[in-house]
Design a protein around this ligand. Structure first.
Ligand code: PHE
Length: 356
C-alpha cells in the first residue's frame, strides 16, 4: 500500500484508525509466531502500512503535524508493545507444544559414558621415559625397518651371530641387493645418533622391535624396548651402575635392590645383566611364581660401549667412552603391574586393560 498521493489530515486520521483496527484484530486471531512476525513486518516494518503512512507527515502544516505526529507515534508504541506481548505468549505456547510432541523422559538415567584411558604399556613406557628424562636422557627415534649396517654390523655383531639367523630375525629382501630387517632392537638409533652427533650424547630410544619368537606367556614377536646411550669423556661402568640403580629405584621404589651380573653382548665390554630383587616375595618365597624362588628378576642388559662401536661411528675411543643399556618395556611392565602373561597387552580385552 502506497500513500504517495497527497492526503488531508482527515484522510490520514481515518487511515490511521483503519490500520489500528485492522492490525489489532489480526493480532487477536494470530495463532503462531511465524504469522505474528509477518504481521509485525507488514505493519511496522520498513515498508509496513504505518511506516508508509507516516511518510505523508511531511506534507502537513505545522499545526497538523503537532496533532497527527504524537497520535501516530502513540499507535506505533502501543502496537510494538502488543506485538511483544503476543510474541511472548505464542512462543511459550509453541515451546510447550513441541515438548509435548517429543516425549522426553527427563527422569531416565544418562547413558553410560565410556572414557578412554592409556594402555598399560603406554603407562609403563611413560613412567620409564619420565625417569630417564629426569636423568638427562633425550628422546630419539629411528626407522622400524632397518638396514643390516645399523642393526648388526656397526654394533659389532659378527656375521655368524645367531641374531642374524633367519630363524631369529625378519629379513626383507630388497631389489637393490641390500638386505633390510625389521629391527631386532632399537640399538640402531644409537648408531644413527652417534653418526650424526658428537659427544656428549645422552639419548633414550623407545620403540617397537621384532623377533621371530614363538608366542608364549613371556614372548611375542613384536614388543617394545627402551635403549639408553651415554657417551662422553670418562664414562665408566660406575656411571652405568649409579644411573641404572637410580632408574630402578625410581621405578620400583627407593628400597629396590639392584644386582649387576656379568654377561656378554657383542657391542659392550664389559657387559652386565641387571636384576632387581623380586618385589613380590622379596626373595623370601621359594615357590614365588614371579621369580621362581630365585629372589631376583632379570630386568635388562647393559655395558660399556665396545670401542669398535665408537670407531664405527667416527668417535675416537681413546678420547671418549660410553655406556648403553636396553630393556624390554613389556617385561618391566609385567613385573611392576603384576601381569602374568605378555599376551594380555595385545589381546585388547577391555576387562583387563581397564584395570590400569
Ligand atoms: N640391544 C640389546 C638387546 O636388544 C640390549 C642391550 C643394549 C644390551 C645395550 C646391552 C647394551 O638385547
Amino acid at each position: 500500500m502506497l500513500y504517495n498521493i497527497y492526503m488531508t489530515l482527515n484522510e490520514l486520521q481515518t487511515k490511521l484508525s483503519e490500520i489500528e483496527t485492522s492490525i489489532n484484530s489480526k493480532l487477536q486471531t494470530c495463532q503462531d509466531t511465524k504469522t505474528l512476525q509477518d504481521l509485525q513486518i507488514s505493519a511496522l516494518g520498513r515498508k509496513g502500512a504505518l511506516t508508509e503512512l507516516l511518510k505523508n507527515l511531511k506534507d502537513l502544516s505545522l499545526e497538523e503535524k503537532k496533532l497527527f505526529g504524537p497520535k501516530s507515534n502513540a499507535l506505533k508504541q502501543s502496537l510494538t508493545t502488543a506485538f511483544e506481548a503476543k510474541l511472548a505468549e505464542l512462543s511459550l505456547k509453541e515451546i510447550n507444544e513441541n515438548l509435548n510432541k517429543t516425549k522426553i523422559d527427563l527422569t531416565l538415567p544418562a547413558f553410560p559414558f565410556n572414557q578412554g584411558k592409556r594402555h598399560p604399556l603406554a603407562i609403563a613406557q611413560k613412567r620409564m621415559t619420565d625417569i630417564l628424562s629426569r636423568l638427562g636422557f633425550v628422546w630419539a627415534e629411528g626407522p622400524l625397518i632397518e638396514d643390516e649396517l645399523h642393526n648388526f654390523d656397526a654394533l659389532n655383531i659378527p656375521k655368524n651371530h645367531p641374531a642374524r639367523d633367519m630363524q631369529d630375525t625378519f629379513f626383507i629382501k630388497n631389489t637393490a641387493r641390500k638386505d633390510f630387517v625389521l629391527r631386532t632392537h632399537t640399538s640402531g638409533v644409537q648408531i644413527r645418533t652417534m653418526q650424526k652427533q658428537k659427544p656428549p650424547i645422552r639419548i633414550m630410544a623407545p620403540g617397537r622391535v621384532f623377533r621371530k619368537d614363538a608366542i608364549d606367556a613371556t614372548h611375542y614377536p613384536v614388543f617394545n624396548q627402551i635403549e639408553g646411550l651415554y657417551v662422553d669423556k670418562n664414562v665408566s661402568l660406575a656411571d652405568l651402575k649409579r644411573d641404572l640403580t637410580v632408574f630402578m629405584r625410581g621405578l620400583f621404589g627407593q628400597k629396590a635392590e639392584v644386582r649387576f651380573r656379568s654377561s656378554f653382548f657383542p657391542f659392550t665390554e664389559p657387559s652386565v645383566e641387571v636384576d632387581v630383587k623380586c618385589v613380590f616375595c622379596e626373595g623370601k618365597d621359594a615357590n614365588c611364581p614371579v621369580c621362581r624362588g630365585s629372589g631376583w628378576k632379570e630386568m635388562l642388559g647393559a655395558g660399556v660401549v665396545h670401542p669398535n662401536v665408537l670407531k664405527n661411528c667416527g668417535i675416537d675411543p681413546e678420547v671418549y667412552s660410553g655406556y648403553a643399556f636396553g630393556m624390554g618395556v613389556e617385561r618391566l611392565a609385567m613385573f611392576s603391574l603384576n601381569i602374568k602373561d605378555i599376551r594380555a597387552f595385545y589381546e585388547n580385552d577391555i576387562r583387563i586393560l581397564e584395570q590400569f
